[in-house]
Design a protein around this ligand. Sequence first.
Ligand code: CP3
Length: 342
Amino acid sequence: MTKLMLRALGGETLDTPPIWMMRQAGRYLPEYRATRARAGDFLSLCYNPELAAEVTLQPIRRFGFDAAILFADILLVPQALGADLWFVTGEGPRLSTISGARDMARLKPADDIDDRLSPVYQTLRLLSEELPRDTTLIGFAGAPWTVATYMVAGRGTKDQGPAHQLKDQDRATFVALIDLITEATIHYLSRQIEAGADVVKLFDSWAGSLKGRDFDDFAVEPARRIIQELKHRHPSVPIIAFPREAGQRYVGFAHATGADCVALDNSVSAEWAAANVQVDGCVQGNLDPRHMVTGGPDLVAEAQRITRSLRNGPHIFNLGHGITPDADPDNVARMIDAVRTA
Ligand code: CP3
């Protein structure tokens, strides 16, 4: 019996799509908040294999999703490369910044990250033992551009201005940073697969701020390099790419990068995606996460419209971005029911 999600990723058109949610282990769940309190803080939770596996399993037990996503963060890779990282409650991540060659020289080589990241691999090993047999285990990393935006600015930014500035004013440093993250990501995802991940996903949350040639050079090309090398090492492991807010650039993205599936944000319509993106293979998405807060008949109608629009090709049902802390867990159960009865 092949896992439902792996069938969709292999290109099968299914009667009912597999379902999971970005940030499905998170602050909207009381059991997550309790475990996070036991760990002390968010990063201690990420680096504690027993507790990280526990929070990964919580939404599977509660909702019976078809996939579990490793509990970790895209910013663990910069930390493993030598950046300082901490989280400010209510604000988000803070990192030491990269502004030139001198900062780059302080970072570690791409393959010297396992000491720091070995607890993540251990989390995956625990999960591959503990998950129900039909639940797919997803590993992940941030895509180089998105990770670079945090490493350059030292925090989240609205327009990724500091990273654009480095790209335009000190190209050599910027390209060296993208190359380092690309190599580290290949190493990291390869280790995740060896530890038990069935699928890996590349999160390029800020891909939408790259335009024209920059999109080709810093969203498409690093993803293509990562996917090509992972396919060489692990030919049977599917890869999902999420170039968030790529808009028209979603068209042909799977083909250009070798991704088995493209994840869609909620700024594109499912009907458009069926005609323009799903023609190349599996797509994942794309319910607006706000419905998980507001619920009601709109939630059911939208979940069913997306399911029906993408029903003539391979589809994995998901949100267009992460579920937010103010979401109502009962709406998650309603969404799953709506998709399975569409
Ligand atoms: O999806 C999952 O359930 C798996 C775990 C996961 C987390 N972060 C846990 C997390 C994944 C896949 C991520 C990816 C991630 N992290 C991205 C890419 C996806 C996206 O959301 O666009 C980015 C940009 C980050 C960086 C990051 N981590 C930020 C900007 C923040 C602060 C914003 C926030 O939501 O608080 C985080 C913190 C974070 N990562 C939380 C979780 C559950 C909240 C931490 C807490 O418990 O306080």
